[in-house]
Design a protein around this ligand. Sequence first.
Ligand code: TPP
Ligand code: MG
Length: 283
Amino acid sequence: MERTALIKSISQAAYRIRRYALRMGEVQGQGYVGQALGLADMLAVAYTHALNYQPQDPEWEGRDRFLLSHGHFAIAHYAALIEAGIIPQDELETYGSDDSRLPMSGMASYTPGMEMSGGSLGQGLVIAVGMALGLRLKKNPAFVYNSMSDGELDEGSTWEAAMSAAHHGLANLICLVDINNQQADGNSNKILGFEPIADKWQAFGWHVQRVNGNDIEAVLNAFDIARKLPDAKPRVIILDTLMGTGVPFLETRDKNHFIRVDAAEWQQALAILDASQTTGAAQ
Ligand SMILES: Cc1ncc(C[n+]2csc(CCOP(=O)(O)OP(=O)(O)O)c2C)c(N)n1
Ligand SMILES: [Mg+2]
């Protein structure tokens, strides 16, 4: 596909991902919706362009593995799995209810396409290193993607795994770090300073890119570079994102780590998103 058309189709997918996430938020009246709006552009690039998978056979051995290390971002991942055709769209109406396959935190045993159970932060990269080593041993050319949050940079396990990935030259491992500069208790850089974060990953032996995570073209280019790079190094894409992207009153909301909004505001958020799609403001 020609590049401009590709970017347009990815941005339409990002819009749908945001819409599914907002609808799930509406079903429960609350949720980690700001994170989903912030990460939708990266997820759209991943699931409509970069990842190799078969929607009808989520366990296909040749699939790229996408690990949601930050399990509380599950609403974002479910929205992407719906866009990918792995979860049926009407299932979002069950989000967070008893017996649903879509619990509030990501669980591998519940949801097709969910590769790990999250909740305890800082575990994804550890698991991803093991998976990448295993795939290499089996001569399986699939990639392992580990999606993680800036709060997980506070976890020692992240850096142990980062060091071992470089030691083993894991060129089949791509780590995606969401820098929304938010955590449960405030700004990430005020809780535990992480900058200069690109230099840190580089010093650990990784190929590093840092992009605006809400600029689809920049994210697309970064994924393409990470996948095609010949170096025997693990790759990290650091994504600076804005929580609530696409819905201004959620972008500016104080303490938007876990959002509860009034019943009428969900419809308002959806209307704003729809309007921005028509005018192209969200692209
Ligand atoms: C090991 C661990 N410690 C603490 C928590 C509690 N906790 C849940 S979400 C969260 C915030 C982590 O930061 P981040 O994922 O960047 O938050 P967000 O961007 O979603 O605001 C914390 C500390 C946890 N889930 N796991
Ligand atoms: Mg964060």
